[in-house]
Ligand binder design. Structure first.
Ligand code: ADE
Length: 219
C-alpha cells in the first residue's frame, strides 16, 4: 500500500514517521510519501493561499496549488486520482474517523490532503473520495488529524503490529462491538495500596476471559 500526505508542513511528520510501526510497515513494502504543496505551486513568490471570495477572516489554500502538487506526484488529471485509491481531505466538516473507517482506508492506496488556515478551497470536493474529521473541534491544520488517520490505518495493515491479536481485540474494534477495551494491569501486583483484580492473578484463563467480557460490557 502507498500513502501520500500533502501538506505545507512536511517536517511535522518527522517524528511520527520514525516510529517503529511505520518502520515495520516500510520493511513490509508499504510506502509513505510527503509532499509540500509549496514545492509545486505554479504561483510566484511561492504563494499557496489567498483571501476568501466574499470576504471574511483567514486564508484559503488554493485549488490550483493543490492540483499542481497532486499532478506533480501523480502525472495526469488530479480529478482522476480517486479512481483506484482513497483521496481524503482532513477537515473538521468531514465524517468522523473511527475504527471501521480505518479498516476501510487500509484496503487501498491512500492520499491525505491537509489544509491550513481556513482550509482548502471547497472545489477540492471534485478531487476527493472522503472528507474526514478526527473530532468535533477545529485544529490549526490537518497535520495532527492526518497523523491520527495514518496511525489508525497503519495499525490495520497485516504484519505491522507484531501481535495481531492486539489489533483484533483493541478498543472500538468489531470484536468489542465498538466498545472500549477491558482494563490492563502489569507488575507490581500492589503499589501504594492499589491492587490488581485477583482474577487476573489466578491463572484461570476461562475466568479471566469472563471478567474481561464483563468489563467491556460495563464500560
Ligand atoms: N482540520 C482542522 N480541524 C480538523 C479536524 N477536527 N479533523 C480533521 N481535520 C481538521
Amino acid at each position: 500500500m502507498r500513502t501520500d500526505v500533502f501538506t505545507l508542513f512536511p517536517q511535522a511528520f518527522d517524528w511520527y514517521l520514525s516510529q517503529v510501526h511505520i518502520r515495520n510497515a516500510v520493511e513490509l513494502g508499504h510506502e509513505f510519501h510527503l509532499t509540500n504543496y509549496r514545492d509545486h505551486t505554479p504561483l510566484s513568490h511561492l504563494q499557496v493561499d489567498d483571501t476568501p471570495y466574499g470576504g471574511g477572516a483567514g486564508m484559503v489554500l488554493r485549488i490550483d496549488v493543490v492540483c499542481a502538487a497532486l499532478e506533480a506526484v501523480f502525472p495526469g488529471d488530479a480529478a482522476c486520482l480517486k479512481d483506484g485509491r482513497r483521496v481524503v481531505e482532513l477537515t473538521p466538516k468531514g465524517r468522523q474517523f473511527d475504527d471501521a473507517l480505518a479498516a476501510e482506508l487500509a484496503r487501498q492506496d491512500l492520499v491525505l490532503l491537509c489544509g491550513r488556515y481556513e482550509g482548502i478551497d471547497e472545489r477540492v470536493k471534485h478531487l476527493v473520495t472522503d472528507r474526514v474529521s478526527i473530532g468535533p473541534y477545529v485544529l490549526s491544520g490537518g497535520e495532527v488529524a492526518a497523523m491520527a488517520v495514518l496511525d489508525g490505518v497503519t495499525r490495520k495493515l497485516p504484519g505491522v503490529i507484531s501481535n495481531p491479536e492486539s489489533v483484533v481485540s483493541e478498543s472500538h474494534s468489531d470484536v468489542l462491538e465498538g466498545g472500549a477495551e477491558y482494563p490492563h494491569y502489569t507488575r507490581p501486583a500492589e503499589f501504594r495500596g492499589w491492587g490488581v483484580p485477583e482474577v487476573l492473578l489466578s491463572g484461570n484463563h476461562g475466568e479471566i476471559d469472563c471478567w474481561r467480557a464483563l468489563q467491556v460490557r460495563k464500560r
